[in-house]
Design a protein around this ligand. Sequence first.
Ligand code: IMP
Ligand code: MG
Length: 184
Amino acid sequence: MKITNEKLDIDRILYTPEQIAERVDEIARTLADRYGGERPVMACVLKGASFFYIDLCRSMRSHIEMDFIAVSSYGSKSKSSGVVRLIKDLDTDIEGKHVILVEDIIDSGLTLKYLIELFSSRKPASVTTVSFLKKTDCGKQAAQADIFGFEIPNEFVVGYGLDYAGYYRNLPYIGVLKPECYAE
Ligand code: IMP
Ligand code: MG
């Protein structure tokens, strides 16, 4: 795969940086209202959720703890392998704490299901799941987010943290990747 200019590989832009910023602020307000005086642990699922997570944490005006977890379900392909691998665990002991799990996108829902089960086994006070995007096929998803940013068509998207084979994460918008740029 040869990438000379990432923008040329984008079929169309779904969400601009301005639309993203507005929605992230709304979600931050929803979370701040919901958690009131609590001090939740915000858990970022690396690497895809990184941009969303940082913007969300920065918009929160209440006390939070920040932590990171890394899993892999995709390898370099555009379809889920269905097998989720834990690459880096949280540093925080979440027992008795309120946890906000921050994901980039829910496709099959298998990654989210894995993470909810993993977190629940550690006896947190609660787990709320937030995903920046979800694909429309939600009937078939193994798990769903409590809060999500945008619902998108079943196309492969990149940017704002989302990658294909490690590339395109740094694009400031959410764009649909041209099908010729990825192998099924
Ligand atoms: P799921 O386990 O099928 O729900 O897939 C979730 C993970 O796959 C996400 O955390 C993403 O890293 C990746 N993923 C799913 N759909 C896309 C997409 O359209 N673009 C980029 N990554 C995706
Ligand atoms: Mg990914």
